[in-house]
Design a protein around this ligand. Structure first.
Ligand code: FE2
Ligand code: FE2
Length: 374
């Protein structure tokens, strides 16, 4: 059994100094190279529909494609300041419920809080875009490495979906917002770990279950909160694809994990825990504070106790926890992952609906599909 030090590089999960010491060291580079260590697998078993649930997902995906250039109302005028103000109002004010006395934020006025809201949008959409590129790369890898033809077929549709997602987030950032952020260091570490792993199921576990499970929850939160019509529709369309992707992960791994030994499952549980911690750390958003001219270590202890923020952080795990349960990962090895999710304060979501059951609820309706390319 691995120690915290081996899994996440520190003993104490909440060691703020250690968390903040992880920074992006190649932020100015134009590309990043990661060895993917995997063998490409051909299969000679072409029987379509041998795995009916995956086949059904593939048939659905073929009919659910949309066009990021022509199906979204790109002529919408976006006033980013108004959007930031509306978001802050929806949350009852960013600083609500915090005692700022003695902190660098005590002397902030409306101007600084507004700028923080703008940076938050630039940062969030940038991280979504980078995560989408991670999904694009991981899914292309799954096409090569998964041994089942039904899964190769489905994964190929996901590659197209992810290209579209990278495209629309990049376009939104470039034409509607006011600046990019480089990839967050914690997200970058996680994507590297996923891509580097040689085992095909680890790509699924890291990407479809953990990263996309979190993305589905985060997109849902932003979709509900934003009053900006273009972003609302963009997120609605992306979520309709994303729910299928998470279902693809659950359906594929359910079959595979049923055959694994406890020792093999433990490695998967540890990987899920590492991914969960990295994603939680990413939401410390240390780069935003640096850009605002405030040392993250001076404000984060305050923010981490903010009840609104705690709720937001927990909400990010509403898809991940029930999906891990469905895969048998919570309770294997005397509940190893269950205990870790208890420590992270997210175990209460274990009985929510898992995504293999609910993905169809996210599908675009007839009216939405028919209005496309009109
Ligand atoms: Fe995506
Ligand atoms: Fe996806």
């Amino acid at each position: 059994m691995s120690t915290n030090e081996e899994l996440i590089g520190r003993d104490e999960i909440n060691d703020l100094e250690a968390i903040l010491s992880i920074v992006n060291t190649d932020a100015d580079a134009a590309i990043r190279t990661v060895a993917d260590n995997a063998e490409a697998i051909f299969t000679w078993d072409y029987e379509k529909g041998k795995r009916p649930a995956l086949n059904k997902l593939y048939e659905k995906a073929k009919g659910a494609m949309w066009n990021g250039e022509t199906d979204l109302p790109w002529d919408t005028v976006v006033d980013q300041e108004q959007v930031a103000l509306a978001n802050a109002a929806a949350q009852g004010g960013i600083e609500q419920g915090m005692d700022l006395t003695g902190s660098p934020l005590a002397k902030w006025g409306d101007k600084e809080w507004l700028q923080l809201g703008i940076e938050f949008q630039n940062w969030s959409l940038s991280q979504f875009m980078h995560g989408e590129q991670g999904a694009l790369i991981c899914t292309a890898k799954i096409v090569e490495t998964v041994p089942w033809i039904d899964a190769k077929y489905y994964a190929s549709t996901q590659v197209m979906d992810e290209a579209r997602h990278v495209e629309v987030f990049a376009k939104y950032l470039d034409t509607k917002l006011s600046g990019h952020y480089p990839i967050n260091a914690h997200l970058g570490l996680l994507l590297d770990d996923i891509v580097e792993d040689s085992r095909w199921d680890m790509t699924y576990l890291g990407m479809q279950i953990m990263v996309e499970g979190l993305a589905l929850a985060a997109f849902g939160f932003m979709h509900q909160m934003t009053t900006e019509p273009l972003l609302k529709q963009l997120l609605r369309y992306v979520m309709s694809d994303e729910a299928r992707h998470v279902a693809f992960g659950v359906l594929s791994l359910k079959e595979y994990y049923a055959e694994l030994s406890d020792a093999e499952l433990l490695v998967r549980q540890e990987f899920a825990f590492e991914a969960a911690v990295r994603m939680r750390d990413r939401f410390m958003q240390q780069e935003i504070w640096e850009r605002m001219g405030v040392a993250p270590k001076d404000v984060l202890p305050l923010l981490l106790e903010n009840p609104n923020r705690l709720l937001f952080q927990q909400m990010l795990f509403t898809k991940i926890v029930p999906n891990c349960k469905k895969l048998g990962l919570l309770d294997a090895n005397d509940g190893w992952l269950r205990h870790r999710f208890e420590e992270l304060g997210v175990i209460q979501f274990e009985n929510l609906t898992d995504t293999s059951d609910e993905y169809q609820a996210f599908a675009l309706g007839e009216a939405e599909l028919n209005s496309q390319s009109a």
